[in-house]
Design a protein around this ligand. Structure first.
Ligand code: FEO
Length: 403
């Protein structure tokens, strides 16, 4: 058995990256990441996407192991972000006769990034490329999550090369397809990938899902993570839910705290929510939490509670970062509640309220505004009161969702 063969004539030639610590210079990679590339071999050979250039030599070795001295006739560039395109120039040098296939936006970026303008083939929506025995059809998926993105469909195998869509963080440990891999961590890694990388573009993802719903698909080959065959239903459901910004029932409490007083409030509020029967409850200290994990959980759950001390008459910086990331991703709705603290001049609650107004999120719960230190006598009752209001807000949300 050749583990890299996904279908006869369709082979995996991607690479694992367990070295890079921050994807895009921002997002942690506790399980690494894979840059996926595929060879499609009929009478002619097409390569679908490339890999990050620092892995270029092992990528070329992978290709040569599969092809030997045979040449590549076409390089299909579904996505120009450099984690997939930065080996294009190397391939062009090795296979100078290879035609680079992309849409008008791809070809413009190819010139801008790599100075390549020769021997290209521009495709339009629905165009096909006959490889002799296998066909490739091109469908555009703009803003998933760059403007030039397209997907490539092989009708003979009902196989979709989906670019970043349906991708996840996480290296491919041994296997390539979902039935060959231990999948446990990939589900939350998919959510974290979506929230961090694609999260702003829910509407274009929905459009792409609708467009692709007309194609019978039995294999999805994304640019990151496992090749999906058995779990396509679950994968599409995760992407559909996240691109509709629909959270599962659950509360994320995200707080900043300098000396532990706001943290005590967060903890007591979490206890009171548990007493109300709310579950699951996820509490993140924003000074220590991984920002992409917090963002993932904000996407994953339907209720967000934020807490912050007043800091230089503003929010605590780590809290401000979280809000700016949420705002940048245009999340249209969340059950939202808040608490703030101050020592001599209150600002946190006001800043949170301004954020809610900008986001057009309702604020049905009365915030807690704590002055100076936490004490059980002064604030336990307030936490119980706010927890009761949050539980009611969540129940109203559930009822509305069921109407
Ligand atoms: Fe994996 Fe948008 O690049």
């Amino acid at each position: 058995m050749n583990i890299t063969e996904i279908k006869p004539g369709v082979r995996y030639v991607g690479v694992n990256d367990r070295t890079t610590t921050r994807f895009e210079g921002l997002w942690s990679l506790p399980y690494g990441v894979s840059y996926n590339s595929y060879l499609v071999t009929g009478e002619r050979v097409a390569l679908i996407d490339t890999v990050e250039e620092s892995f270029g030599s092992r990528f070329v070795e992978n290709i040569r192991r599969e092809l030997g001295d045979r040449t590549i006739d076409f390089l299909v560039v579904n996505h120009m972000e450099p984690d997939h395109s930065s080996s294009v120039a190397t391939l062009r040098r090795l296979y100078p006769q290879m035609r680079i296939v992309g849409n008008a936006k791809t070809l413009q970026m190819l010139q801008g990034y790599y100075g390549i303008g020769e021997n290209t083939l521009e495709v339009k929506e629905g165009d096909t490329l006959d490889l002799g025995g296998l066909t490739l059809a091109f469908y555009f998926a703009p803003m998933v999550h760059w403007p030039e993105v397209m997907v490539t469909y092989c009708p003979e195998y009902r196989l979709l090369f989906s670019a970043d869509a349906f991708g996840t963080f996480g290296a491919l440990d041994g296997g390539i397809t979902d039935s060959q891999l231990r999948l446990d961590h990939f589900w939350d890694e998919m959510r974290r990938y979506y929230a961090a990388i694609v999260g702003k573009y829910g509407a274009p993802v929905q459009k792409a899902l609708q467009k692709l719903s007309g194609l019978p698909v039995e294999t999805i080959c994304p640019t990151h993570g496992p090749v999906w065959q058995h779990e396509i239903g679950r994968v599409v459901e995760i992407y559909d839910r996240m691109s509709r910004y629909e959270g599962e029932p659950g509360v994320v409490i995200a707080y900043g705290s300098m000396y532990g007083n706001t943290e005590q409030l967060a903890d007591e509020l979490a206890r009171s929510l548990a007493t109300e029967g709310v579950a699951p409850i996820i509490v993140h200290n924003l000074s220590t939490a991984d920002p992409s994990v917090v963002l993932r959980d904000v996407f994953k759950y339907d209720t967000l509670v934020v807490g912050s001390p007043t800091y230089n008459n503003e929010l605590f910086p780590e809290v401000e970062y979280l809000l700016s990331r949420i705002e940048a991703r245009c999340i249209p709705h969340r059950n939202f509640a808040l608490f703030g603290s101050y020592t001599w001049a209150a600002a946190a609650v006001r800043r949170f309220t301004e954020f809610a107004e900008r986001m057009k999120w309702a604020l049905p719960c009365t915030p807690i505004e704590m002055k100076q230190g936490y004490s059980h006598e002064r604030y336990d009752g307030e936490c119980r009161r706010l927890a009761g209001e949050i539980a009611s807000m969540m129940n109203r949300g559930k009822t509305a969702a069921n109407l």
